[in-house]
Design a protein around this ligand. Structure first.
Ligand code: COI
Length: 353
């Protein structure tokens, strides 16, 4: 029977008192509850919030073989008055459903997504770190559940949301390698989807880049290795004086929710913004001529991460982060909105009461 009502079972053994919010490595601490729903016979059912626990998974689980798995990353923060807040949750619902379409997975209804994140954050409010810049990171994901090793679309899925209290994803400015050999995504591929496989494919080239002393890869386009796409876990921005430039999303670049939010903030503040193809030569030359004044990444996990240098084909540029003005302003604005310190004139934050 299809049951779409949300059932909530609370834990009898909260771990909250054991957590030290001043020392939380990213993604290793999990809260007391999680949301789960099942897709079978063509419909979503069994929507539940339950005590956090392991799943039992069949060894022939189809996603473990062919990677039909997608995810989101979103954040809940605490307003200065103590009220939990969500940041643009409806955009995460829309994006996971775009990812689902690309991976031939079923859409998860927006009303159910909103109810899930709202009720979960209401229940886990005590797990939101109080410090500005920290947050409760929500990880919604959908994974195929058929027990079958033929290559085909699964007929069953799980939709899950768990939560982790987190500090910043990157603790120091980043050195990027503009990779002229490996690629992350080609237009027509799955690069715009938040698909597990995109991240799997990035691991080996990133390992090689780290061995060369870089922190992350800045991916270049698949056909010419000439145009910048994005960085490991973030979109990328370049500042030339008062002009802020970011690669236009072309089907191979993730449509970051932080990315679009930053563009809207910049527009509101009167900066000149350009979304367009950005070549690696323009970046290397711009830095050498002193015209490129800031480089930073944006993402839900990373928020804003300063880039201190880029290496490309044996050449390198380095940036003077102490002179950055726009990246710190954006970080302050977005963190301030998420703590209620700065008024959210966009209506992006939703109080969970
Ligand atoms: C996020 O920023 O939320 C992401 O999904 C990046 C993640 C791979 C850490």
């Amino acid at each position: 029977m299809i049951d779409t009502s949300l059932k909530i079972t609370k834990t009898q053994n909260s771990k909250l008192s054991t957590v030290d919010f001043s020392d939380i490595p990213f993604g290793k601490t999990f809260t007391d509850h999680m949301y789960v729903a099942d897709y079978k016979d063509g419909a979503w059912t069994n929507m539940e919030i339950v005590p956090f626990d392991n799943f039992s998974v069949h060894p022939a689980n189809i996603a473990w073989h062919y990677g039909q798995a997608i995810f989101e990353g979103m954040k809940a923060t605490k307003h200065e008055d103590g009220t939990p807040m969500l940041f643009r949750p409806e955009m995460h619902s829309d994006r996971i459903n775009k990812s689902a379409e690309r991976l031939a997975m079923p859409a998860f209804p927006k009303e159910a997504f909103m109810e899930a994140v709202y009720e979960l954050v209401k229940l886990e409010g005590g797990w939101i770190p109080p410090m500005e810049g920290s947050a409760l990171y929500l990880r919604p994901y959908m994974v195929a559940m058929d027990e079958f090793i033929g290559v085909q679309i699964s007929s069953t899925y799980k939709f899950v949301i768990f939560c982790c209290p987190v500090g910043p994803y990157y603790s120091k400015p980043l050195k990027l390698k503009a990779d002229d050999h490996f690629i992350r995504a080609a237009v027509g591929g799955t690069g715009e989807a938040k698909a597990a496989g995109n991240y799997a494919g990035s691991l080996y080239p990133t390992k090689l880049a780290k061995e060369e002393g870089f922190d992350q890869i800045m991916w270049l386009d698949a056909s010419e290795h000439h145009y910048v796409q994005e960085v490991g876990t973030m979109n990328i921005f370049f500042v030339f004086g008062n002009k802020v430039v970011t690669p236009a999303t072309d089907g191979a670049i993730l449509k970051g929710i932080t990315r679009i939010s930053l563009l809207e903030i910049l527009k509101q503040k009167g900066y000149e913004i350009e979304e367009r193809p950005v070549s690696i030569n323009e970046i290397m030359l711009g830095a050498q001529r002193g015209e490129l004044t800031e480089i930073f990444g944006s993402g839900t996990a990373a928020v804003i991460a300063n880039v201190q240098g880029i290496g490309y084909k044996g050449d390198s540029i380095s940036m003077d982060i102490s002179k950055y003005k726009i990246a710190p302003m954006l970080k302050d604005t977005i963190n301030g909105m998420r703590s209620g310190r700065i008024e959210d004139t966009f209506g992006w934050t939703i109080k969970v009461v």
